[in-house]
Design a protein around this ligand. Sequence first.
Ligand code: 1PZ
Length: 186
Amino acid sequence: GAAAQQADTPLSGIAEAFEEMAALLRSDEGGSVELRLDEFCDACSLVSVLFGCLGLAFKFAEMEYVAKVRDLVEASRTHRTLQNVLDLDVAKNSVRTPGSRTRNLRRVRQGLDLIRALFEQFLSSDDYSLKDAATTAYMQVCAPFHTWGIRTAVYAGMYTLPYRDQLLLKLNETDAAIVGHDKVLP
Ligand code: 1PZ
């Protein structure tokens, strides 16, 4: 059935993992629930499958993302929550220091924000190509925080993105499934 099919695709696995964390945070009325770093890392690791669909031009993005998630996985052996990571870097005054865990956490979060923006763009357009959706998402979310060199490389790489239907095929998805569980496209 539809539910079983959704649980089987990479995207539905990613959605489930993040929805679980979102539900936990929503349930948090007193502000006492804290996200566990190991669970956050597990969800972040699921995202890596997307890179396999993007092609060689985004290999560098993959290496960057994976390296930063790996650092957080390492941190999860000694830090229970995301807040613990932040507290330590605040105390050491290293929140912005390149390579610090808090900085890496922020970079990973920017990557996640980019993916969210990308699929929002994806849904609001009927383009055959991913280039415009990806460019708009990147300009909104990540470009302000990247150097000129990186931005230039990313914009050049956009021309090599697969077409939308190819991406869906690789992800074992249909357009209807991406819209969501409850909605059925005409
Ligand atoms: C179908 C999907 C199409 C999406 C296309 C958009 C891809 C944008 C790729 C952005 C590449 C940025 C690569 C390098 C960034 C580095 O300058 C920084 C350095 O951080 P520092 O060490 O100074 O703290 N690294 C990062 O920001 C790490 C995270 C980048 C990865 C984000 C990719 C998100 C996922 C893309 C979709 C799968």
